[in-house]
Design a protein around this ligand. Sequence first.
Ligand SMILES: *[C@@H]1O[C@H](CO)[C@@H](O)[C@H](O)[C@H]1NC(C)=O
Ligand SMILES: *[C@@H]1O[C@H](CO)[C@@H](O)[C@H](O)[C@H]1NC(C)=O
Ligand SMILES: *[C@@H]1O[C@H](CO)[C@@H](O)[C@H](O)[C@H]1NC(C)=O
Ligand SMILES: *[C@@H]1O[C@H](CO)[C@@H](O)[C@H](O)[C@H]1NC(C)=O
Length: 922
Amino acid sequence: MEVTQVLLNAQSIDGSVRKHAEDSLKQFQEQDLPLFLISLSQELSNDEKPVESRKLAGLILKNALDAKEQHRKLELVQRWLSLDSAVKNQIKTCLLQTLSSPAPDARSTASQVIAKIAGIELPHKQWPELIGSLLSTIHQLPPHVKQATLETLGYLCEEVSPDVIDQDQVNKVLTAVVQGMNASVGNNDVRLAATRALYNALGFAQVNFSNDMERDYIMRVVCEATLSPEVKIRQAAFECLVSISSSYYEKLVPYIQDIFNITAKAVREDEEAVALQAIEFWSSICDEEIDILEEYGADLVGDSSIPCFYFIKQALPALVPMLLETLLKQEEDQDQDEGAWNIAMAGGTCLGLVARTVGDDIVPLVMPFIEENITKPDWRQREAATYAFGSILEGPSADKLTPIVNVALSFMLTALTNDPSNHVKDTTAWTLGRIFEFLHGSTMDAPIITPANCQQIITVLLQSMKDVPNVAEKACGALYFLAQGYEDVSPSSPLTPFSQEIVQSLLTVTHREDAGESRLRTAAYETLNEIVRCSTDETASMVLQLVPVIMMELHNTLEGQKLSLDEREKQGELQGLLCGCLQVIIQKLGSSETTKYLFLQYADQIMGLFLRVFACRSATVHEEAMLAIGALAYATGSDFAKYMPEFYKYLEMGLQNFEEYQVCAVTVGVVGDICRALEDKILPYCDGIMSQLLKDLSSNQLHRSVKPAIFSCFGDIALAIGESFEKYLMYAMPMLQSAAELSAQTSGADDEMIEYTNTLRNGILEAYSGIFQGFKNSPKTQLLVPYAPHILKFLDSIYLERDMDDLVMKTAIGVLGDLADTLGSNAGSLILDSVSSREFLNECLSSDDHLIKESAEWAKQQKLSSSSLVWVLGLHVLSRCHFQTTEAVVVELSLTLAFIANIFTNNCIGTMELGSDFVEEE
Ligand SMILES: *[C@@H]1O[C@H](CO)[C@@H](O)[C@H](O)[C@H]1NC(C)=O
Ligand SMILES: *[C@@H]1O[C@H](CO)[C@@H](O)[C@H](O)[C@H]1NC(C)=O
Ligand SMILES: *[C@@H]1O[C@H](CO)[C@@H](O)[C@H](O)[C@H]1NC(C)=O
Ligand SMILES: *[C@@H]1O[C@H](CO)[C@@H](O)[C@H](O)[C@H]1NC(C)=O
């Protein structure tokens, strides 16, 4: 087979030629993987071959080494590692050779493939000579090879984690990269590759950044590169500065003045791509300082690991005018172009972050700009002034802003009605939304919205909802926050007199021909939902009247003739919005007994509509309809049983759909809702549901985010069916156990992984809790005893971990209580066996906490009777979480202690008081 021709055919515009070529490649790969990979690497390295076939060869090689999906990725890594080393060497040699090819595309592809292989092999201590051989001759290389080598080093730093490479090699890489950036050697391509490589290598530069001289040197080189005549180099250099600002914030003191000068020049004079990065630098500094100051605020001790240097506060007098200038650089049609990003938007975003960082101090610096320019004839000036005002509304205190807003409000309302420019109206409506979002909820004692201006505000907003789509969308947004601000005012909201009119206007918006533009229809439904969610008893009848209206709308989407693909997609979207709206309505009406009773007359019809929504799609169930059904189950309670025979097949379909994992996750959640609604009436469906859930868990294609939900669903099912859960124990328990073991290994995990682990732990704990509670008072509690030691060990590992997530801690303490409550007299010895009591007692005896120490001494006096030890354990747990305790944890803990105490009533009376004192002190 001629590899070159097949690779070219695989890019043919003729579908059948392409298909045939793809099949041949696939076949080749399946028949002889080593030869396949070697052929591809030979193709890539061969300068005689056409560049298209070489590029594709490289791309296929790269895809043979890495994949987005975690499981697939691990498979590919294993596959590569298990290849014969002679094969791998042959491939690597070809790749390294390609770095000197005259064809830039081939070099670049080879760089990426080398980095992928390095990403696999270096952590396994394979290919140790790679970095050395890349660096050995770098000074003598012709520019194009040097460029490719630097690019390879850059990708390599992206693929490999810093701890895999020893410091000596890191130093050499950094030195080569920084030298490559030197403006007096090499050419632009080399310098660009070096600057981009530095961006990836910054994570490796910890040691160098803590040494003044080396840091000065790196910073000088980066700052020089921001002045390069080549725009791409300037952009890459600013990207380095942005990355430095977050990774090495605390090292910036000596450079910040220079950086300000450099960024100010770039923002004012440079091309957009560069100016955007220069603004991004200051946004990133704001992010850092907001985080640090938040930590200062939360922790009165003030021992944030990084001090705040107040760069923003110091730069303020120069920074604010610079940002205000950017606001005048709007584009003609930026409002129409969704997802547009330009200097003016970046500047406004940065201004907003500055306001959040410094608070009140920004106000006097921005006000003159607003006052002078908001009335100018040029729309750009009016828009910039309005945008500036809207941007600084989050951060400064209500005291500072309220007087200004009181003056501005009627001006804004007039502008929204009369300004000839759509840009200005768009930004004005957005600014009104920000006023309502940040000020009207928090200023109830000196309200900015009064009976006097409420009427005018509503009139203007409803009028603007008839304006062009982008303005109407912002007006909906403003109304959304207006409603939200009245969420907790009862019994009467100032919006009540207008609610009919508001709802009517929103429905009219949803029917606009152009409601598909600027996400107007979605915004109108979101606002309608918020109006419903925040409605009071006074407007309950309005919400009730909405039920048949929205039902009719949903009904209409089901009546269509045969739809084209495009129409089907639109239909699905609209059904999603309508089901979402019904969900909010059902939740609202279901939350009070009176309205629930009135609502239930519609339940059969609504359920009928939801079933039709499911039926009009063949393979997949509708996520929003599923969620709405969850709400309906909650409202109908055990009456939901009558819908189960027909609904069950869609439930099953949802649970089977682990490719669209959100659908699966949502369905799992709805199973929980239905369990709570039906209680033991769900029993006939449990075999089917459980076997599907277990199947999901054993599939290696299940998205990991669904797992925790499935575990807590086990808990819901057990709680609903009680001891009938018996037959599932032998399947569910081992799964829970192995997940628990997995969740204990957290070393080296990043934030995202830790967050996931905590969600997983919580799911597991909720399962245990449901199972124990379900078996309570059952003659079969003995069945749980064999599982208890492992569960206790899991709990203990959670109690012992410092800084354990609050929610996990609370649930874990609750599970101990459930265990004690359900297992009764069996629990004591189990609990004791789970901790090595001697060691544990010694730890308590030497505790700094006098209560722990005292109770441990008491336990010793009691000759370490089980009861006394259990009690100490309880207090010990209490002390563990005592520095991270929230009220919820304490309450959970008291309950648990009470359950434990219950087991040993006679022995514990004396210490019960001790315990409750302690809780009170908290
Ligand atoms: C750049 O290279 C030149 C010539 O090799 C050298 O004199 C100069 O010190 C270098 N600049 C930096 C910043 O290292
Ligand atoms: C980084 O630090 C090492 C060790 O101190 C030094 O050899 C190397 O030259 C430094 N590199 C740069 C770019 O400063
Ligand atoms: C920054 O620019 C200002 C004004 O152009 C100048 O006075 C100042 O010396 C510059 N600062 C630094 C550190 O270059
Ligand atoms: C108003 O905008 C203009 C630019 O159009 C600017 O030059 C002027 O300084 C602004 N006014 C104030 C007081 O900032």
